[in-house]
Every structure is written in structure tokens, then in C-alpha cells.
Ligand binder design. Structure first.
Ligand code: BG6
Length: 484
């Protein structure tokens, strides 16, 4: 099978940080179909050779084990070409059409890794140049819009040019091995299913913590914020994976239908829950990895009086028979205490205590997403540490480390998703109705914040966010997992 992969934004950040390293890994692993071309598109006037050199130099930023040797890069570079285009100029699309016509590949992937404001222009111009053939697939990076209306507008325009089955909306969290394993855990094993419901689960906590700040993306982040950047997409997709009903089969629409039902069942916001159950924060100066770091407002491209949130913690519920009354807590932020993404399922305690005493907390399943990818089952057991008090229980942990078990050379999120696009598998991509539903749900929060002049609560870089986040969960009688 031959393919042409066109990267709009071919000289941009995402291309060299994520896409090229992922494509190279697929190439190294022999999973990228041999008859392929990767065509970078950008404004600069580069020859193929200059483009290859530029990409080669960028591999310096990639971790050593994932960098190509000279010989490997030479073979990989043979796939790389460059087409100079100004995406707003209709005539320039003829250049791309000419490059594609040379090969007439079985599959053409248009990866739109540009500013979202260009998504509709690119799609319309592709159609005008006759490049929306049945062999074509289009990949759209997040954020797709900045609210419900702009998201709909993009989806509507894209929908006029491409059928829904040709549109691959990326949420790279769905490509993470840990998320694949979450589906495997829930739908490949019968063990947890009877317990996976309100009768047995006390609360669920989804944390995506980053230790990094906004890095060089201050300008982008200022108009985005953590709710749009992480909650509307990554965190809600994780919530869907936890909360959805078992799909009737593994086809893309069967899975996406179930995720959509979860999004539709999220408890609507009220004035009271907006003020009590959503906490926004912004980092002030502090430390990261032991070194002092600046406040968000001091970052390049950021307004010194910015109200943009770099942290969100919220409480919601899925209003259906399985989950009614079970709090789902979501928390994400930049410059937090560490890079740590995990889902914690806290089961209800035993209904009646027969042992004398217990120390610590158990009855918990932890799904670690990163930096470790694995499962921890927290139980209580009778330890040997106290020989006289025989009925004293202590917490123990069953650990399944997927990196150790399956090797650390596992397929990364972008590698997996790019191969899925080339092969035409939509399972791990987001359908337009899911995306709209997620926007519909976050929009009242955006409106509430806009009307609230108080702005975000400040937290010191290197901590777990504003104390109001702990107070919110404490109101229900629970605490975040690291506070146990
Ligand atoms: C991106 C966000 O979607 O996800 C970034 O735009 C964030 O702000 C990143 O840093 C986190 O991804 P990961 O895979 O490093 O957890």
C-alpha cells in the first residue's frame, strides 16, 4: 500500500517535536508502509534537501535512544519532500496537487498541524483544488475551535468537504498505551465489571499534572487556558473511557456512541455548582525540580495581569443508572508538584469492620498513565511488623508495571495514531458530536469565569495547586490520592 502524508505546518513545532520523531519510530520498527512519502508544507522556500537537513538537526531535541543513526536518517530522509505554499493563496494548492499527482498514492493523508484559524481555509482550498478525493483522509489537531460555536463552524465546513469517516480528530491521550490498557482492563476482563458502578465505587479522581510551565507557548496559552487545553479534550476523554458502557463491538462508532452517551449524561452546571465545584488557579513563582521558576504572569507572551488559568480542579457526576451520585473529580495544571497522570478509583470501604484496627487506606485501583504506565491495586493485608497485635491490617500494593512487562520500546501515542490514520482506523479519534458535546459542557464554565472579575487563585509553582482544590474534595469527605 502506498501513501502520501502531507504535513501542513511542516516546519512547525508539532512537526519536529512529535510527528517526525513518531514517524521515524514507525519507520525504524518497520511498521510504516515502505511505499510512502512525507511531504512537509510550509511558507519557507526550501529545497527537499534543505528540508531534510532541517528535520535532521531537530532530532537533537529527541531522547538519545530515539534518535536516528546517520545511516538510518539517510534512509528515512528518502521519504521526505517539501512543498512551499502560502496556505491562504488558492494558487499554491496547485503545487501540492502536482506533487501528489506524480505518485497517485493509494492513501493521501492531509495532516493539518497549523493554527486552528487555518483549518477551514485549508479544507476549502483542498476541495477547490480537487484534492478531497475518496482516498484522502484529513487529520485535525486540537484545539478545534475555542468554544461551541467556533467548533461547530469548523466541523460544518470540514463536513462539506470530507465525509465524517475521512476526518481524524486527534486527541493524543487516546493513543497513549495506558489508555489502550484501560480499555483492555475494562472490556477484556470480567473481573472488575461487577464492581464498576455506584454500589461499589465511592469516587473517581482523574489527575493530569505537569511540572513544566507554558514554555515558549505563552502567546497560545494566554487565549487558551487549562480548561480548553486539557479538560475539554484529554481529561473528558479519560472520563469517558472510565465511565462508558461496554460497546457492542470494537468498531469505531460503537465505541464513540458510548463515549457520546457519557458526555450527554454529565450533570449540567448550576450557579451553585459553578461557584462551588470548579476551581481555577494560576501559578506564581516557585520551584520546579529544585530550581526557582517564574510566575505565569512573567512568562514571555503573557499579559502581566493575566486571568488565564493554568490549573483547573472540578467535580462532576455522570447522571445515569451506573454512576448516579458518584463524584468524578478532574484536576489538571502546569507547574504542579510533578509530571504525574493517573486515574484513581476509590472503592467503598467494607460495610462492617471485624479487624481491630487498620492503618492507611486501601480498596483502591490506580491506573498510572505517566510517567509510569501501569496498574496498582491497593489492598489491606496482615503484615509481620507487629507480632503482638495480630488483627492489625496494613496497606499493601499489587503493582503491574507495563513498561517492565512489555518492554519500554512500546508504540508511542503519535506513532500509534499516525499509523491508524494511514490504515484508516478511526477507533482512537474523536467524532464531531463527541467534540461538540464536550464544548457544550465546558462552555458554562468559560462564561462564568468571564463574568467573574476575581480571576484565578494563585498557587506556588511546584505544589498541587490552590488549597481550594483540596477544600472542594474535602467537602464530600474525601481527599486527593496524594493527601492520604
Ligand atoms: C497538549 C497540550 O495537548 O498536551 C499541552 O496542549 C500539554 O499544553 C500536553 O503539555 C500534555 O501532553 P503529554 O502527553 O505530555 O501529557
Amino acid at each position: 500500500m502506498s501513501f502520501d502524508l502531507v504535513l501542513f505546518g511542516g516546519t512547525g513545532d508539532l512537526t519536529w517535536r512529535k510527528l517526525m520523531p513518531a514517524l521515524f519510530q514507525a519507520f525504524r520498527h518497520g511498521t510504516l508502509p515502505a511505499e510512502g512519502r512525507i511531504i512537509g508544507v510550509g511558507r519557507d522556500n526550501l529545497s527537499n534537501e534543505q528540508y531534510r537537513e532541517q528535520i535532521h538537526a531537530r532530532f537533537d531535541h529527541v531522547e538519545l535512544a530515539k534518535r536516528p543513526s546517520e545511516e538510518e536518517f539517510k534512509r528515512f530522509a528518502a521519504l521526505l519532500e517539501f512543498v512551499q505554499m502560502d496556505l491562504s493563496k488558492p494558487d499554491d494548492y496547485a503545487k501540492l496537487a502536482a506533487a501528489l499527482a506524480q505518485r497517485n498514492a493509494d492513501t493521501v493523508v492531509m495532516y493539518v498541524a497549523t493554527a486552528p484559524t487555518l483549518f477551514t481555509t485549508v479544507c476549502e482550498q483542498l476541495a477547490a483544488a480537487g484534492l478531497n478525493t475518496p482516498q484522502t483522509r484529513v487529520v485535525l489537531e486540537k484545539p478545534l475551535g475555542h468554544d461551541l460555536a467556533s467548533n461547530r463552524a469548523i466541523n460544518e465546513t470540514v463536513g462539506k468537504v470530507f465525509g465524517e469517516k475521512q476526518v481524524f480528530r486527534i486527541d493524543h491521550y487516546l493513543g497513549k498505551p495506558a489508555v489502550q490498557n484501560l480499555f483492555a482492563l475494562r472490556f477484556g476482563n470480567a473481573l472488575f465489571e461487577p464492581l464498576w458502578r455506584r454500589e461499589h465505587i465511592a469516587n473517581i479522581q482523574i489527575t493530569i499534572a505537569e511540572d513544566l510551565g507554558v514554555e515558549k507557548r505563552g502567546g497560545f496559552y494566554e487565549t487558551t487556558g487549562a480548561l480548553r487545553d486539557m479538560v475539554q479534550n484529554h481529561a473528558l476523554q479519560l472520563l469517558c473511557a472510565i465511565g462508558m458502557e461496554p460497546p457492542i463491538n470494537s468498531h469505531a462508532d460503537a465505541i464513540r456512541d458510548e463515549k457520546l452517551k457519557v458526555l450527554r449524561s454529565l450533570k449540567p452546571w448550576t450557579a451553585e455548582t459553578l461557584s462551588q465545584d470548579v476551581i481555577r488557579g494560576q501559578y506564581s513563582a516557585g520551584t520546579s525540580g529544585g530550581a526557582p521558576v517564574a510566575a505565569y504572569r512573567e512568562e514571555a507572551g503573557v499579559n502581566p495581569k493575566s486571568h488565564t488559568e493554568t490549573f483547573v480542579a472540578l467535580r462532576t457526576e455522570i447522571s445515569n443508572w451506573r454512576w448516579a451520585g458518584v463524584p468524578f473529580y478532574i484536576r489538571t495544571g502546569k507547574r504542579l508538584a510533578g509530571r504525574d497522570a493517573r486515574i484513581v478509583i476509590n472503592f467503598r470501604p467494607t460495610p462492617h469492620a471485624i479487624f481491630n484496627s487498620q492503618i492507611g487506606d486501601a480498596n483502591r485501583l490506580v491506573i498510572n498513565l505517566q510517567p509510569k504506565d501501569g496498574l496498582e491495586l491497593h489492598l489491606l493485608a496482615q503484615g509481620q511488623d507487629n507480632r503482638r497485635v495480630s488483627q492489625k491490617l496494613s496497606p499493601v500494593q499489587l503493582d503491574l508495571d507495563f513498561d517492565k512487562r512489555f518492554g519500554s520500546e512500546r508504540v508511542g501515542a503519535y506513532e500509534r495514531l499516525l499509523l491508524d490514520v494511514i490504515d484508516g482506523r478511526l477507533n482512537l479519534f474523536v467524532r464531531s458530536d463527541e467534540q461538540e458535546e464536550a464544548w457544550r459542557w465546558v462552555e458554562p464554565i468559560l462564561d462564568y469565569w468571564q463574568a467573574d472579575s476575581q480571576g484565578p487563585r494563585l498557587y506556588n509553582a511546584g505544589t498541587w495547586g490552590p488549597s481550594a482544590s483540596s477544600a472542594m474534595i474535602a467537602r464530600d469527605g474525601f481527599c486527593w490520592s496524594e493527601e492520604n
